[in-house]
Design a protein around this ligand. Sequence first.
Ligand SMILES: [Mg+2]
Length: 230
Amino acid sequence: MRAVIFDFFGTLSDPSAEAERLGTFAVTAAALGVPADRFGAVMAATFRRRATGEHGGTRDTLLAMARACGVEPGEAQLDAALASHRAGAQIVRRPRPEALAVLDRVRELGYVLGLLSDCSSELCEAWAETPYAARIDAPVFSWREGRLKPDPRLYATVAERLGVAPAECWFVGDGGGREHHGARQAGMRPVLITNDAYPEVRHLRADPDSYLPPDRLPDLTGLPALLGPA
Ligand SMILES: [Mg+2]
């Protein structure tokens, strides 16, 4: 095994941060002049389209969301909404406590590291400024690729960019988007992060995987020991 591919949300990011997301939506909705519950519903309903780049970047996406709520925001409103939405997105990117040390340790073990994230524009736009960027050799974003997990082309793309065969890749994720099914189909070896210490986020995994990998860890702490040297 030569590479480790990580999911992002709830795997590298702090699962407890996701619960703070709806609060940040309320601030953005207020800036756009739309009801918070309506904005939240439109965001939820458009996830697949937002995560495959259909609405473009974050500013254009917020404009589309406002219009879907029946509101035409002014430039100043859009600027304010963009600022608050980006601040909220930053909260949700917060690394889980052990994430950065584990990434460093896994690199020391000799692996190259990839990312495979179903994400909307915010993560992709901010990636270079995050502490993950220097640690991940090949980040692959659904927003940029125009397809979601478990599309086999995503797994092939990340392996190709890392210069390894899929069979040489571990795939580490907290489930959702049938990501482990996709990893297994691609020939990768999946590891499930169960997030046992975060029962409050279980409902956020709305698309549970039909395949549960035999390799399971409660968080990332035990990952270097599971992987061993590359
Ligand atoms: Mg996840």
